[in-house]
Design a protein around this ligand. Sequence first.
Ligand SMILES: Nc1nc2c(ncn2[C@@H]2O[C@H](COP(=O)(O)OP(=O)(O)OP(=O)(O)O)[C@@H](O)[C@H]2O)c(=O)[nH]1
Ligand SMILES: [Mg+2]
Length: 450
Amino acid sequence: MPRELITVQVGQCGNQVGLRFWELALREHQGNGGIYDEALSSFFRNVDVRNQQSLAVGAAISSLKARTVVVDMEEGVIAGLLRSEYGEIFDTRMIISDVSGAGNNWAVGFEEYGQKYQEEISEKVRRTAEDCDSLQSFFMMHSMGGGTGSGVGSFICSLLEDQYPEVFRFSTVVYPEDEVVTGPYNALLATHHLSLHSDCVLPIHNKALFDIVALVDSAKGKAQTVAADGRGAYDRMNNIIAHLLNDLTCSMRFPGTLNVDLNEITMNLVPFPMMQFLQPAMSPLYSVLDVKAEARSLNQAFSDVMNPDFQLLKTNPRQGTYLACGLIVRGAATISDMERNIKRLRKEMNMIHWNREGFKIGLCAQAPVNMKYSLLCLANNTSIKTHFLELKAKALRFFKRGAHVHHYTNVMGPGHFEEAFQHLDTLVANYADMENASPAPLRGRITPVV
Ligand SMILES: Nc1nc2c(ncn2[C@@H]2O[C@H](COP(=O)(O)OP(=O)(O)OP(=O)(O)O)[C@@H](O)[C@H]2O)c(=O)[nH]1
Ligand SMILES: [Mg+2]
């Protein structure tokens, strides 16, 4: 059975999120008695510090190295990563960096840095893949707003498609709020690209994360410190993403009654190409930031993940149609707990008529650290069109006036923006068609021959 994931973390956001993900994953595995087991081997190599050879499953832990390729076109972020408490888990031979960054420009990231580092990226991915017994998928993390994350991230996605066509590419991406002027252009161009080249996309919106942090702060009586907070707010936001990614990958790391790996998620929740965007929601959510927040029962958690306040993209799935829905529970829950809750909720969920039973469920025995349960919901829901429409409106506001366009066309030539806008329209129309599709007429019953 395919096992290992290779992570590719790109740009500042991708690397900060990656760092939190690895920290939390290691905390979750602390109780395994110092043995390098199958679960750890999905994400880490165990390297003998004396001779730098990889050790087999079953050996004592010597030095764990994340199966990750680290890419950033700015040196500073990577230097910070290596200096951090968990810096040793990064294999310094698997790092690619430049000096000055892609200047918040998708075209510079994609065209210039992508071309410049193509061979180096291929080589490092190849060496990382050679260390795997049975590679499961590529797990990418990057922002959609920054030049490196969106541009080099898009480039790497295509590179992996060319070189490993049989291996799924799963992209966790962070959409910008209004932090970067050219953010909407980058997000537009990257959405176009990933929609054509990634197998499954998990979009998270910084606006949703900012709002969650602000709500926790205001509940504690703190002023809204989010904007002034600088990286402080980002660290807390990344904590939410790290929890999400740990829940997403829990089946590969711990035993459970119903395992779902990333390939099964892609296979079950993505019914058509270009409909691979899964909207994440999770509960508990607020206690990730504030341990004193009210504990959630399992039943409450199921209701929460349908609620707009628990979405990590600013959408309302209750107003859309579900094409499919993944539900992954961690903790002491049973299949009948899940079935009972799904039965209760589906009355409020508008499942598309040809996939009314379109639930993919996972059950993992190990709860996250300091929690009794957690529930992750991955909704393939037509309400994502509101996210795309908002992105289009933001990008058009500049594009109609030609603002900043020359920075891009100088590098990538003309026509790309028009194509990307058209593509976004197609995505929106595809989801709207799904929403409007009326149930097919039932075929006449054939009388069984007796
Ligand atoms: N959630 C979260 N968002 C971040 C983080 N760092 C940056 N961002 C967001 O990412 C976008 C900017 O992208 P970056 O990842 O910083 O840029 P980059 O990929 O390094 O690209 P360049 O610096 O332009 O070469 C903005 O929307 C930021 O708000 C982070 O640690 N967490
Ligand atoms: Mg950067």
